[in-house]
Design a protein around this ligand. Sequence first.
Ligand code: 5AD
Ligand code: SF4
Length: 441
Amino acid sequence: MKDRFYYIMTFGCQMNEHDSEIMAGMLEEMGYRETEKRAEASIIVINTCSIRDNADKRFFGSLGQLKRLKRENPDLIVAVCGCMMQQQHIIDAIKQKYSWVDIVFGTHNLHCLPELINKVINDRQKIVDVWDEHRGVFEGLPSKRKYDFKALVNITYGCNNFCTYCIVPYTRGRERSRKPEDILSEVRELAADGVKEVMLLGQNVNSYGIADGFDMDFADLIYAINEIEGIERIRFMTSHPKDLSDKLIGAFRDCDKLANHIHLPVQAGSSKVLKRMNRRYTREDYLELIRKLREATDGTIAITTDIIVGFPGETEEDFSETLSLMEEVKYDSAFTFLYSIRKGTPAEKYEDQIPEEVKHERFNRLRDILDAGMADNNKKYEGRIEKVLVEGSSKTNIKTLTGRTESMKIVNFYGSRDMIGKIVEVRITEGKTYSLVGEVI
Ligand code: 5AD
Ligand code: SF4
């Protein structure tokens, strides 16, 4: 049979990255091969994100570009999936304006992709199949990993937190956890396959197992994975501060494989704004967690965060509390976002929306403080010897290797390509704002 190719475009978070790996696995099982060239593909899948406004815009831009390809190759199958498809107004827009889309499916029926493709091929009909709710956790799906040496592992799906700005609880549904034995056997298989680093994924990993009434909580899961031979690094994302337990903080002390880094989204530094966001912790609660994490790790843990600038009602005084929290915590890195209205969330209805120019101006001030803190933190790495998992060649210079420290810092250094996928010791020679430079020892 002639080779048939697929091309997957992925927007958004690591959950989506992993969903795309699973779709790639299913397509490979169907006999398709991956291509980097859209024009060569018989199937194009766009896996969408709806977390912020610009993600929507980028999706419709990409979809527009496929019109020509479909005209040139009417047999091309265009499939769209992911968070955006869980919103009716998006499906309506696709039906009205993007007639070249063949399959629309959602976050709850990813595993149906092969069946949907076969239907389109056999019946030559367009399909919209989006489930409103999940129907359990699906196990045993194949996956084509992006990297040989590190892997993403889902531990929970969905979210029950309903932060007032966030669309995720509506697009990904209620929180449910995979059974511990399913996760552990997947990690064992990954280790046997040569994987050194696992990233445990969930919208809020800290509430793992609670809604499902499991005996094992998230910290127990880390302790169990720490025992799996072959795995050298454990990471997780994302942690909600309200559910970060002392037991998990203890795991940073006890589990040698748990990477010395935590991503702990704060979102805002003012307790008033946090309350309106329905985050269910105060500035003081958050700072206490940071204190405990630093105490448990002798001050060595790297801390990163997410921040939203310009949430409705954020005054200059509220914002100055975010800035002072930045100065106090001195983050190792942060994802910073301008607040954008998400249709169907409570904050959409808040009347005190902040003008765009005010958001932008605050955003720039925030970035300056963050960058100064990051540069300071990175300078402290100079002279240290770090264990670096080598990921590939650097984007800017093919002769340079790039990898990550346990604390998630990017390190660039000269080395041979056979180091890719291995953990090597690197002496840090320069700490820049966004990365480190080093030499192999
Ligand atoms: N506007 C801006 N940022 C948002 N995030 C989630 N929803 C919004 C929104 N409506 C950010 C939060 C979250 C991250 C994944 O995206 O900071 O932690
Ligand atoms: Fe969204 Fe809040 Fe759930 Fe994170 S915890 S996915 S920000 S609702």
